[in-house]
Design a protein around this ligand. Structure first.
Ligand SMILES: Nc1ncnc2c1ncn2[C@@H]1O[C@H](COP(=O)(O)OP(=O)(O)OP(=O)(O)O)[C@@H](O)[C@H]1O
Ligand SMILES: [Mg+2]
Length: 331
């Protein structure tokens, strides 16, 4: 019997994850491609490409082909998919794999088609395109085959997908371009306005992960932040508190809460009742922002929890989707 492989690929704007049935998540790399801008030649993909940023001659540029969660560059996307599939499969290339790819719910038909063709071109035998919220729900351990409403809030780097799922499909959803990266940008803006301090996006992300809060912490946390004083032009270090990040992050956090509200308002009453009973489940790296769950819970009055492995839930769900749709056949 030939060996059949099922692969799930989470095409995220921040990172790409590959899940192989029976093995779990085998690969996670940044969604970056380094291109020679003179010849259009691809120089490096993924982690290798990220390492090249800022360390190469000016004619090599780093591209994020999935910026904002959509396919903005078809050829590059195809090359990237090919590379990751090959790297993830290693020598297990006895038979062409069945591949499911997860794309954001806001993607257009044209973008869906582009991803599908790229996956075939990359060597797939069968391709399934799956919406991010459905993948997130499966990955979070929700049985989506039941006629029961579940709300998933997936907060990634570029987009937040909020959806009500029932019977394996999305009933109501929205996709907003406010997510983890916007938290970083809000921190950069805050530091400039309040402290006249210019900090980089990397530093801002560190602040977010270490002391960032969307809801008041029981105990104040502090952190030293290094940047450039915009008045003197010299390096400067200041100490900031978690309460300051609360102020900095209020706007993007509330935009996500508003999006959740908007979906709840459009949810049919029976499904809304299910959600009140079962709670809201959060996935994606952005859901790890401290207190974001509490904020959503307070503003909606619905119990809100973070999935067990929020960063890989979508990849796991994408991989399991093939089993879910076709039964567990090995043909
Ligand atoms: N512990 C943490 N606290 C706060 N934010 C975090 C934490 N860990 C990761 N993040 C943020 O999660 C975001 C990335 O999440 P994820 O990997 O789910 O995105 P993605 O799936 O690639 O993007 P998208 O779904 O928008 O295409 C980044 O903004 C990152 O800073
Ligand atoms: Mg994602």
């Amino acid at each position: 019997m030939a060996l059949s492989t099922d692969i799930g690929i989470d095409l995220g704007t921040a990172s790409i994850l590959v899940y192989i049935k029976g093995k779990g998540v085998v690969l996670k790399e940044p969604s970056v491609v380094a291109i020679n801008r003179d010849t259009n030649e691809i120089k490096a993909i993924g982690e290798d490409a990220r390492l090249m940023i800022g360390r190469t001659p000016g004619n090599i540029m780093a591209v994020r082909p999935l910026r904002q969660g959509v396919i903005s560059n078809y050829t590059v996307t195809e090359q990237m998919l090919k590379y990751f599939i090959k790297k993830a499969m290693g020598k297990r290339t006895l038979r062409k794999p069945r591949i499911s790819v997860c794309i954001p719910s806001g993607a257009t038909e044209v973008e869906k088609k582009a991803v599908e063709e790229a996956a075939y071109a990359a060597g797939a035998r069968e391709v399934a395109i799956i919406e991010e919220p459905v993948a997130a729900a499966i990955g979070a351990g929700i049985d989506i085959s039941k006629a029961c409403g579940n709300m998933i809030v997936d907060i990634g780097g570029g987009t937040s997908d909020i959806a009500v799922i029932s019977l394996g499909g999305t009933v109501v959803s929205t996709s907003v371009k406010i997510a983890g990266d916007d938290f970083d940008e809000a921190i950069v803006r805050y530091m400039r306005k309040k402290h006249n301090l210019l900090i980089g996006e990397r530093t801002a992300e560190d602040v977010k992960i270490q002391i960032g809060s969307a809801y008041k912490r029981p105990e104040l946390a502090t952190m030293e932040v290094r940047g450039r004083n915009l008045v003197t032009g010299l390096p400067k270090t200041i100490t900031i508190t978690s309460d300051e990040t609360l102020e900095a992050l209020r706007e993007p956090a509330m935009q996500i809460v508003d999006a959740v509200h908007n979906v709840l308002e459009r949810t049919p009453p029976e499904l809304a009742a299910d959600i009140y009973d079962r709670g809201i489940v959060m996935t994606g790296g952005g859901s790890l922002l401290s207190g974001l769950d509490s904020l959503i819970e307070e503003k909606t009055g619905i119990n809100t929890m973070i999935a067990e492995e929020p960063l890989i839930a979508v990849a796991i769900g994408t991989g399991r989707f093939v089993e879910f749709m076709n039964g567990d056949r090995e043909d």
